[in-house]
Design a binder for this molecule. Sequence first.
Ligand code: SAM
Length: 230
Amino acid sequence: MFHAALFTLYPEMFPGPLGASLSGDALRRQLWALETINIREYGLGKHRAVDDAPAGGGPGMVLRADVVAASLDAGLRPDDARPRLLMSPRGKPLTQTRVRELSAGPGVAIVCGRFEGVDERLIETRGLEEVSIGDYVLSGGEIAAMVLLDACVRLIPGVMGKLESGSDESFESGLLEYPQYTRPRAFEGREIPAVLLSGDHTKIAKWRNDEALRLTRGRRPDLLTERGLK
Ligand code: SAM
């Protein structure tokens, strides 16, 4: 079973949105499991300090390597095979390919950063893989971890129904998804494209592929370059 371990200063944020809809239903059906480890419990002194001023000066605070390492060492057995991730804006951008790999594995252990981030030595000594969910800065890694988990969990066998298999979706083919329509046939003067109502599945597949290419070319030409399709 896919088992997620979250190392966080805010365990109360979980499962949060992951407890609703598809992922929440799957959690209750035990198709995946989620555990939180409160980094604060490994804090130092009476006040359970977890952070300190950045060496060399500068604004903010940095999560201490010794404190977060103690939480990781207590929460994970040495033979734990799960990838150890650190949510980080300077990490490798998360892709559907990486999501697919992760969701097919035993789960993930995720450190959620806060403040100015974590001491570099934690990343080095615990072999953390830095993962970014986009080129912007959040106030903490928890929401980023939820994004990653939501993307992974929906791909676990049995989580999505057969009808929503996900194989047609954006990025799965390397392209953005074609436009979707449903009833009513006309909405505020706009008709569903006739080909989609024709019943001709060859023509429908061609239309969808053409539209996927058109949208990808307009919005994400980088995806076409990656596939040598430009
Ligand atoms: N000082 C850091 C920097 O400039 O790279 C930003 C720290 S940010 C305020 C606090 C935490 O939020 C980070 O340690 C990370 O865990 C999380 N975070 C922020 N933006 C993120 C992103 N785009 N992807 C993944 N995690 C992010």
